[in-house]
Design a protein around this ligand. Structure first.
Ligand code: CMP
Length: 251
């Protein structure tokens, strides 16, 4: 395992901390969906081959149109997958969390990176080179099947987003996004689901393909109706809103 600290100002940890970190690296790899159920010796081998990168919140990890040379696993922090329009407008395709992977698309199709990956929080990622991934897959074909499963899940989600953009108005898209974010965070309260770190209205606009002004109006209208409840930095997504987001079932 090698340590490549980005940006350079982040200090290298002392030895005891590094050993603790090695244990966390192995624990992270063992929980990643594509590496599930691998023997400990294989996880140890992967852990020896990875490079650790630390990135401050707001900094890019991967830039669109650069060649792809590594697959990344998120160990800590959240990242957003973004593309920019000619006017500089940002579209957020997805937000990924610890245990998620990114960077597989350009490794497999040989093209440049399909999107930018930007750290939202201070983020630690584990990079596995293309050569090491190929060597691993040759020895463990099950990883390839799991990677296909992960890519199918992302395609399914992308299909849902395309359908929502074509079929739903901004209000419906915002409701679905808020419920989706709350479900991903998994926080529960008597009033409903909890988004612990409420995204800004600009972030929400980037996620649902709208502008900040429209999101601001829609968000405030949901809050006035008591369907969402801002609480400090958190947001409660009420059970009523969750029900509204679910498609009506035939009687
Ligand atoms: P790659 O193209 O190598 O670099 C950018 C990465 O962003 C890409 O691999 C995927 O891992 C990830 N990515 C691109 N589009 C999406 C999407 N719609 N949902 C989730 N992840 C994505």
């Amino acid at each position: 395992m090698t340590l490549s600290a980005l940006p350079r100002s982040v200090p290298t940890a002392p030895l005891a901390l590094q050993q603790d970190e090695q244990a966390r690296v192995r624990a992270t790899l063992a929980k990643v969906s594509i590496f599930l159920d691998l023997p400990a010796t294989v996880i140890d081998d992967l852990a020896r081959r990875i490079t650790i990168r630390r990135v401050l919140g707001g900094n890019p990890i991967v830039n669109q149109d650069e060649p792809g040379d590594a697959l990344y696993v998120i160990m800590a922090g959240r990242v957003k997958i973004v593309v920019f329009g000619d006017s500089g407008r940002e579209v957020t395709l997805s937000v990924l969390r610890p245990g998620d992977i990114f960077g597989e698309m350009s490794l497999f199709d040989g093209h440049t990176r399909s999107a930018n990956v930007v750290a939202i929080d201070p983020t630690t990622v584990l990079a596995l080179s293309r050569e090491d991934l190929e060597r691993h897959i040759a020895a463990q074909p099950g990883t390839a099947m799991r990677l296909l499963g992960e890519m199918a899940r992302r395609l399914r989600r992308a299909d849902e987003t395309i359908a929502e953009l074509a079929l739903c108005d901004v209000s419906e898209r915002l409701i679905r996004k808020l419920v989706g974010l709350a479900r991903e965070e998994g926080g529960d309260s008597p009033e409903g689901l909890v988004i612990r770190r409420r995204p800004t209205q600009q972030d929400l606009a980037n996620m649902v393909g709208s502008c900040r002004e429209t999101i601001s109006r829609t968000f405030n209208s949901l809050a006035r109706k008591g369907l969402i409840v801002p609480r400090g930095r958190a947001l409660i997504v009420t059970k009523r809103l969750v029900q509204m987001s679910e498609p009506a079932r035939a009687a």
